[in-house]
Design a binder for this molecule. Structure first.
Ligand code: NAP
Length: 497
């Protein structure tokens, strides 16, 4: 017997879970709960509070289309402002009462007789739900590097996902391991504060300038008084990013010169920021722009010209109790070790980070090992009925996470409403529909940049264990939205229990 019975359980109260909840309310469904492992909403923006955290697409596109804020303070909103936006949305749409905090899901199993999911949380409670929306997000589990001795470091260790604001870095000797998008935001901020900063780079990152300014009060007033003005700004920015991504990355084989053009922009940025040719050589990626996720910054590369900052490109041999030893035998002593080593992503026990057992007791993680990463329309998997995964393989179109989330939650809402209207208790995606979609995705991947030989050495997380860019949906977000509204509902088999 479950402790609670609901029509829908949503896992996670980040942007995806919140959007799913709003969709359910739109559809007249109020019997749902969001299970959230933390004690606040906001996902990424609750957890990532490292110095310098900010969005890296313009704020006008990093918001829901149906809830547009007129008074963003920066063109690229800082993390705290995005968190305020999340809180506003949650309050405005009456979502907070549906959230169960400190409820970490550790297991979910489909009951084939009852056509219900049984969801267990770490406190031992179980909940039964007709439908399960697992809005586990992309970057929610910290990845700790597999480096000898890292657990034995005697000073302070901080992973960027769990920043410790009580720890003052002023005057300290600090090492940062990792040079991804997080490190690009963090390094210039802490470089000003610490005595010494060693940045350990395994794979360099492409960086382009961030066209960031405070939004002038007059523009904010205009956006508030005249909604079409902010809609137009959003449409223009969205179209620009979408076209660049579609042309340069998704259809790379047809239009390779676009990526080369952006790479030249990044190269000029590097030349302007770093006069020393040897340092430039070490910072310059050898793989093509876009193979690995690039970053935006006006001061990351310049940080390495500071007297107190060192770029370390020798491989790390081991972490010692008081420092880091590289393979050349050099030991650099430090007080604090910062791990900017990213997130577990498309690893066996991540995304989602708990077992989901569908028909026949099959664990979704094993199903993906046996059948490669795949999901119908980037959200459903055959053999796992009444379940929607946000994200799942083939979810990523091109830019704003919120745009993708709106499409995916719309898909889930359509299926759930259709099943309810039909009196069905079971909605499972048909194997032939999933196979058709997988073939379409796999063919589309051949045109993308990620399979190009120029990506060799990028160590990109866009490629899965089979070497396929399975997270990518090689289509525009407009197509994804259109399909979310129009995919044939017959692609799901309905049954009444
Ligand atoms: P990431 O891109 O995965 O970068 C992790 C870094 O750690 C890489 O440089 C990686 O090197 C290095 N690393 C990992 N394990 C290592 C090891 N054992 N030894 C040495 N180096 C190691 O993680 P991230 O920077 O946190 O960014 C993750 C994603 O979060 C981004 O791609 C982006 O999508 C998102 N993000 C968004 C924003 C924003 O929108 N504002 C900001 C930050 C992050 P390799 O490259 O060699 O693997």
């Amino acid at each position: 017997m479950a402790d609670d019975v609901h029509e829908v359980v949503i896992v996670g109260a980040g942007f995806a879970g919140i959007c799913a909840a709003i969709r359910l309310k739109d559809a007249g469904i109020e019997d749902f709960v969001l299970l959230e492992r933390a004690d606040d909403v906001g996902g990424t923006w609750r957890d990532n509070r490292y110095p310098g955290v900010a969005v890296d697409i313009p704020s006008v596109t990093y918001q829901f289309s149906f809830e547009q804020k007129s008074d963003w303070r920066w063109v690229f909103a800082r993390g705290a402002e995005v968190k305020d936006y999340v809180d506003d949305v949650v309050n405005r749409y009456g979502i907070r009462d549906h959230v169960r905090f400190r409820a970490e899901v550790i297991d979910a199993e489909f009951d084939e007789d009852a056509h219900r999911w049984r969801v267990t949380t770490a406190d031992g409670r179980t909940r039964s739900a007709r439908f399960l929306i697992s809005a586990h997000g992309v970057f929610s589990q910290a990845k700790y590097p597999d480096i000898e001795g890292v657990k034995n470091f005697a000073g302070k260790t901080i992973h960027t996902l769990h920043w410790d604001h009580d720890h003052d870095l002023t005057g300290e000797r600090v090492a940062v391991i990792g040079t991804g998008a997080t490190s690009v935001q963090l390094v210039p901020e802490i470089a000003k504060q610490v005595e010494r900063l060693d940045v350990y780079q395994r794979t360099p990152i492409w960086v382009v300038p961030r066209p960031d300014v405070r939004v002038p009060p007059a523009v904010r007033r205009l956006f508030g008084a005249l909604p079409p003005a902010r809609w137009a700004a959003r449409a223009a920015v969205s179209a620009g990013i979408e076209i660049a991504m579609l042309a340069g990355v998704t259809n790379h084989t047809r239009l390779p010169f676009l990526v080369k053009g952006i790479r030249r922009l990044a190269e000029r940025h590097l030349e302007r920021q770093v006069p020393d040719p040897e340092l430039r050589r070490r910072l310059r990626p050898q793989y093509e722009f876009g193979c690995k996720r690039p970053a935006l910054s006006n001061d990351y590369w310049r940080s390495f010209t500071r007297d107190n900052v060192d770029l370390v490109t020798e491989k790390i041999q081991r972490v010692l109790p008081h420092g880091i030893e590289t393979v050349d035998g050099q030991v650099r002593e430090i007080d604090t070790l910062i791990l900017a080593t990213g997130f577990k992503f498309l690893e066996y026990d991540s995304v989602p980070g708990y077992p989901l057992r569908g028909e026949g007791g099959v664990d979704l993680r094993d199903w993906w090992v046996d059948n490669r990463y795949q999901a119908y329309e980037g959200i459903s998997v055959t053999g796992f009925p009444n379940l929607f995964l946000i994200p799942a393989p083939h979810f990523a179109t091109s830019w704003s996470w919120l745009v993708m989330v709106e499409s995916q939650t719309r898909h889930a809402q359509r299926v759930i409403s259709h099943a309810r209207r039909s009196g069905a208790t079971y909605a499972g995606v048909r194997p032939d529909a999933q196979r058709r979609f997988y073939r379409e995705m796999d063919t589309g991947h051949e045109k993308t940049l990620f399979l190009n030989p120029s990506c060799a050495g990028s160590n990109t997380y866009y490629l899965d264990r089979d070497g396929r860019p399975s997270i990518v949906r090689p289509q525009s977000s407009v197509t994804a939205r259109w399909r979310a509204n129009r995919f044939p509902l017959d692609d799901y088999e309905l049954r009444a229990g």
